[in-house]
Ligand binder design. Sequence first.
Ligand code: K7E
Ligand code: RUQ
Ligand code: CUA
Length: 646
Amino acid sequence: MKKQVWLVACGLISVALASSCKPKGAQSAIVGDAAAKVYVAPGNHDEFYNIVSGGFNGQISVVGLPSGRVLKVLPVFSVNPENGWGYSEESKPMLNTSQGFVPWDDLHHIAISTTNAEHDARWAFANGNNTPRIARIDLNSFKTVEILEIPNSAGNHSSPFITQNTEYVVAGTRFSIPVGENSDVSIDSYKDNFKGYISFIGVNPESGEMNLSFQLEAPPFNFDLARAGKNKSHGWFFFSTYNTEMAHTLLEVNASQKDKDFIMAVNWKKAEEYINAGKGVMKPAKYVHNKWNEETHSATSTTVNEVLTLDPAVLKDIVYFIPCPKSPHGTDTDPTGEYIVGSGKLAAIIPVFSFTKMLAAIENKDFEGEVNGMPVLKYESVLHGEVVKPGLGPLHTEFDNRGFAYTSMFVSSEIVKWNVETLEVVDRVPTYYSVGHLSVPGGPTGKPHGKYMVAYNKITKDRYLPTGPELAHSAQLYDISGDKMQLLLDFPTIGEPHYAEAFPASLIKDRQVKFYPIEKNQSPYALKGVKDARVERKGNEVHVYLTSIRSNFRPDNIEGVHVGDEVYFHVTNLEQDWDVPHGFAIKGANTAELLIMPGETSTLKWVPDRVGIFPFYCTDFCSALHQEMQGYLRVSPKGSNQPLKF
Ligand code: K7E
Ligand code: RUQ
Ligand code: CUA
């Protein structure tokens, strides 16, 4: 049987690849009034914001739906020279980690904050996959305001997923590793010495601030993805796991031996009770916590040295394993919270589990064994049913507001729509090509908005004008309001999109920050008016306090800087109007520019290494006299007695 599935799978892989050379089928998939449905007339706004992960570019892009227009590239984990993210002195601490400044990450998943399992869209959370981190983005300013490093994690793929009132964001490790003092061990000792950790990060309901509440120790599996229970299953979390074989080499073969891996069900309310009852154990673990302050316009980075841990092998009623065929990638819960969908990449069916049955099976101790002291439930006793012949390579499932589920099929390159109650497949459409995540507005919440679905595809091939070997990734927008899914639009994306979430624009568009009140600017380098502009020397540090306002910098002729000085340009943008940023760049500095929002202060550091006159200028075309917005800085030899002059 196993062999057969493999043969079919391989057959379909070659079909999928072959079809990618023929755009013919792709064009014929579009019917009817697709153009009218995605047309957002000039000056009009999109109906939905789509917050899209950028994968290996480490950023988020903000896309309008249904137009597919890119509205913003929002820097998160990667430096962004365009607006000085990671280059300004104020933003550098945001990218600090326990191993120092890390200018990049691999960002896979988005979680939009919810209340009562409905989008409130106050914050977006995103994961750094490589250097385990979670970021929080303020959706009023579209700015990354917090980054928390995750200790004891190696590859933060299974994150961030949130509980229905944003009580917790979770982060499960992809790789299990040995931690603490015993980490210099033979890789062969995997089963004995390696461990998986699941982090529960509490979110402050007012400020959104994150705090690593506790970590759950888990067997050395790979944790792939997760979803919180919601509504009736509120209080539980479901993680997909693979490599439950606990292999440490050639996983492609060795981690695909068993017929079933597990969905790990975690009773987080219970875990919380144990934590509150003092059952957690404090263990050493070093990580950093970075926060952006909107009033000082700067970040601080704090190091933490310990973490509270819970061992579910001791506290027996927190963790249960549900067998799930075969190397599940996504696990998703439906809007009611009753159904838990596993998507086995190598499975020929989609198993749908019942939360009610799971509780009964736990109650009746319907176990078929245990793993590291934690019970394994019987597949049949938890199963609601199987979606049969869905296609090949199920990855991710999203839900609409009418009781249907949509599962992406990577291998057979299609989306399958099925009825969550009856498990009957009701429609299927091809994707171009090899779809990964799907995104339905409100799809992961208790109240999906439905209407559209975006497929984020892994392979692009011939969809756009070719641009050499490296192509943009491809997204496709479908209308899902009718019985049949209808392909409306292709649009290229920034980076490699994995998960994305969409919500109605009306939730946040009227609360956007337009500028920062200058009187509230608490930066120690802020200037309240041009009269304060000046230059000060402190030893070999030179602090240049600049104002920028249409259309000049003050001061704009600066002398008395010497080779080897540390020069800090503190630029305050005095504008108090929307959409009037000023830029700042100086010739000779081996760094990026600053892009300063109205009412904000940012700092660029430069150590001049040669004598000369160095022009600086505003980089953002801000007025008819933008090109006049410039200045000169004179650098004299080290040890010269040229005094400060400005
Ligand atoms: Cu791209 Cu969610 Cu990292 Cu699936 S994961 S495709
Ligand atoms: S100038 S408006 Cu550099 Cu031609 Cu741009
Ligand atoms: Cu300021 Cu251009």
